[in-house]
Design a protein around this ligand. Structure first.
Ligand code: ATR
Length: 277
């Protein structure tokens, strides 16, 4: 007698309870009528490799990886996409039939698709981008902006040395701006991106003056709690096209879902509602 195999996927992190990915993928499974499951799993770093070697034997097609394991997951993987290697982290793993682990990073894709969907007039090549932050999330945004054809990325980070490291690594389209001078760098910006945790509920006030922000800039914030951050509300008042960070989370999930469950889900209003619920 043959039994149907129920496809499984999930997210591994420590902590993992905050992850919105289970709501996202369960919504898509229900919408598409796929009899699969997506499960949050709290796994510590020292157990990550053992867990990843066992999961394929338990019916898992792959998993998402969240903080703090994205770099370690790339090290463990047997092969990796070019973008995952350039970003230096993996957020999406797929398991081959033999259990081999393939690492992807879909954050750059998610970032770009969010802008394409919600700022359809965005033209990355028309002017410089200003990037606040130089952490892990900033690396994915740098790769996305470079691949989209942005002529210059001005990186401003509170700890300047981290911005210097990004610029050394990603080449001469990146210029480093002192954190105290970041407001001036906005003057002719076409694209503005916050990748710091500033503006998140409970975090410090937004410190960079926004007087120089041009009204024709496209402004996006990776912070999505609240959906309208202080940066976005100021930019909106100036007339800028503003894109909140929730869409990046939704779009980065699409390639993984497609690879694991064999169907490409929509990112629409119902998807947003499912994740905000
Ligand atoms: P992520 O993977 O989300 O990018 P991270 O690597 O911890 O997380 O980076 C957090 C980013 O937010 C960094 O750019 C950090 O600046 P520092 O490199 O100086 O730490 C930035 N950040 C966090 N809190 C900040 C604050 N109060 N003021 C300015 N920048 C802040």
């Amino acid at each position: 007698m043959t039994h149907p195999i129920i496809p499984l996927a999930g997210v591994l992190g420590a902590p993992v309870a905050h992850s919105r990915s289970p709501q996202l993928h369960q919504h898509w499974l229900a919408t598409l009528g796929i009899a699969g499951y997506y499960i949050p799993m709290h796994v510590e770093g020292e157990d990550l490799e053992a867990a990843l070697r066992l999961l394929p034997k338990m019916g898992f097609k792959g998993v998402n990886i969240t903080v703090p394991h994205k770099e370690l997951a790339l090290d463990i993987a047997d092969h990796a996409s070019d973008q995952a290697v350039r970003i230096g982290a993996a957020n999406t793993l797929t398991f081959g039939p033999d259990g081999a682990i393939h690492a992807e990073n879909t954050d750059a894709y998610g970032f770009e698709m969010n802008l394409r969907q919600n700022a359809p007039g965005w033209q990355p090549s028309v002017g410089p981008a200003v990037l606040f932050g130089a952490g892990g999330a900033a690396r994915a945004v740098v790769v996305a902006l470079l691949d989209a054809g942005v002529p210059e990325i001005r990186v401003a980070n509170r700890t300047r040395s981290r911005a210097d490291i990004l610029a050394q690594e990603f080449g001469d389209r990146l210029t480093v701006v002192d954190w105290n001078e970041a407001g001036n760098a906005l003057r002719d910006a076409a694209t503005v991106v916050n990748t710091t945790s500033l503006g998140m509920t409970g975090q410090a006030q937004w410190p960079v003056p926004l007087d120089a922000l041009p009204a024709d800039a496209v402004v996006t914030d990776l912070v999505y709690a609240p959906l309208e951050t202080p940066l976005l509300s100021t930019a909106k008042a100036k007339g800028c096209v503003c894109v909140d960070g929730l869409g990046m989370l939704l779009h980065q999930g699409v390639p993984g879902f497609d690879m694991w469950f064999g169907a490409r889900p929509e990112v629409d209003a119902a998807t947003r509602d499912a994740v905000l619920r």
